[in-house]
Design a protein around this ligand. Structure first.
Ligand code: AMP
Length: 177
């Protein structure tokens, strides 16, 4: 039996009995809406989280990384709480030391315990700093103790590029009149 499982983070809508809705890219980039936050990204990409258990094998975790073309999986304890993160980098580094035998080890041997997290209402620009300074590319999103998603540096950079393009377009329109 595989210990690998996919987990959908808790949605605010689960409490409210209503579906969350996506905003258009345009409305998310509108000046005056306030600085973009983590929730801006989650509304766009959704709340799906790929996870393994601490006792899952590294081999199972690697299969999940490949199947979903992702760079890290979250590690959840028996109660569903976040206990760690396993990145492709952890596997590669350990393989350099221990070779292929790494695939049979439990995820708990390689994972980073108690990863740094963020909240939905935090500003994206601050998350960019958090990831750059911490030298990692993944940030689990935890609201009121509940795991609700995961953002990556790629998500944040993509959003920032769209914002810059939008700002450039608006300036061009102002100049042209
Ligand atoms: P990454 O760049 O995210 O693939 O991960 C690089 C290293 O940082 C790996 O050792 C990960 O286990 C670790 N890591 C990834 N995300 C986090 C996080 N949010 N908090 C702490 N460590 C992390």
């Amino acid at each position: 039996m595989s210990f690998v499982e996919s987990y959908r983070g808790h949605l605010k809508a689960d409490d409210e009995g209503q579906k969350s809705h996506s905003q258009s890219a345009d409305s998310n980039l509108m000046p005056g809406k306030g600085a973009a936050t983590v929730s801006t990204i989650l509304e766009d990409k959704g709340h799906v989280i790929y996870s393994v258990k601490p006792e899952s094998s590294v081999s199972d975790a690697v299969s999940l990384l490949k199947a979903h073309r992702i760079g890290a999986v979250l590690v959840l304890g028996a109660d569903g709480g976040l206990v760690g993160i396993l990145s492709e980098r952890d596997v590669v580094r350990k393989m350099a030391d221990a070779g292929g035998h790494v695939l049979t080890l439990p995820v708990s041997d390689l994972m980073t315990s108690n990863p740094v997290t963020c909240q939905s209402n935090e500003r994206l620009i601050e998350m960019m700093h958090r990831m750059t300074e911490g030298r990692f590319r993944h940030l689990p999103v935890v609201d009121d103790g509940k795991l609700v998603g995961l953002i990556t540096i790629g998500d944040v950079v993509k959003h920032r590029l769209l914002e810059l393009e939008y700002e450039a377009l608006k300036m061009k329109q102002m100049i042209v009149g």
